[in-house]
Design a protein around this ligand. Structure first.
Ligand SMILES: [Zn+2]
Ligand SMILES: [Zn+2]
Length: 246
């Protein structure tokens, strides 16, 4: 009955749909005006030139246009740079949650759109030859039913007209949830988990790794290391959201 009522409402108000980001009802096809202004605001935020994490609210903002966060000044990453569409909070955090845990697969299109807008501001990313999603273990894939990174990678590859392959990287075993672990433990936890299935397809190429969120960088780093070990030339990362540093 309820769905019949919904169908009827859709007939009367065909353009009233939920905003893909905040989930609120509004007219029109794209994200709502409020989300649009929030996302535009993210583009003005200062981020680390290497890992792409955003500066914390109230942190000291250097006057130079490009700068590195404390972690990136002391750590050598196996990737060149990572970029994210915005900080992992508010509407992006909620949208990623609905996408990943509530199975709203259609959000891949909208989230990838934001990622692509970000990628287009970074000239070096035009050198990318191949897009690869961070893989899930078979166990996790069975539980969730889909790999959120693969759905994003498919859209990003299509929008940027760069080949995408979700079979070249696999995760051999399920690792403990990363959230409760610190950086060192996270890296230890992921050791040996990722594997390349066809080294030749990666050798000599510039690769863009796609994931939903960049927090400490352990996952991106582990994947980048494996890709570099089979001869990838440059490795970049692109995510929907990234954490903040203080
Ligand atoms: Zn909205
Ligand atoms: Zn950084």
């Amino acid at each position: 009955m309820l769905s019949l009522w919904k169908d009827l409402l859709n007939l009367i108000y065909p353009s009233a749909v939920d905003c893909p980001l905040c989930g609120r009802r509004r007219q029109g096809k794209d994200i709502c005006d409020n989300c649009h202004s929030i996302v535009s605001g993210y583009k003005q935020e200062l981020y680390c030139g290497r890992c792409g994490r955003f500066t914390g609210k109230g942190s000291v903002i250097p006057s130079v246009s490009s700068h590195f966060c404390y972690t990136c000044r002391k750590q050598k990453w196996p990737f060149e740079l990572v970029r994210a569409a915005g900080p992992y909070e508010g509407i992006l955090k909620e949208a990623i949650h609905r996408f990943k845990y509530l199975g709203r697969r259609g959000l891949a299109f909208n989230l990838a759109g934001l990622m692509v807008e970000t990628a287009r501001t970074e000239p070096i990313l035009t050198s990318v030859d191949l897009v690869l999603p961070v893989p899930l273990s078979n166990e996790k894939l069975r539980l969730r039913g889909f790999n959120q990174a693969a759905l994003l990678a498919e859209e990003v590859g299509y929008m940027l007209q760069i080949p995408m392959n979700s079979k070249l990287l696999i995760k051999d075993f399920e690792t403990r949830p990363q959230t409760s672990l610190n950086r060192t433990d996270r890296e230890q936890n992921l050791r040996g988990a990722f594997r390349v299935t066809n080294a030749e397809a990666i050798n000599g190429k510039n690769i863009m790794i796609i994931d939903d969120v960049f927090t400490t960088g352990s996952t991106m780093s582990s994947v980048a290391l494996v890709i570099r070990s089979v001869g990838a030339r440059h490795v970049f990362g692109l995510t929907v959201a990234a954490g903040r540093y203080f």
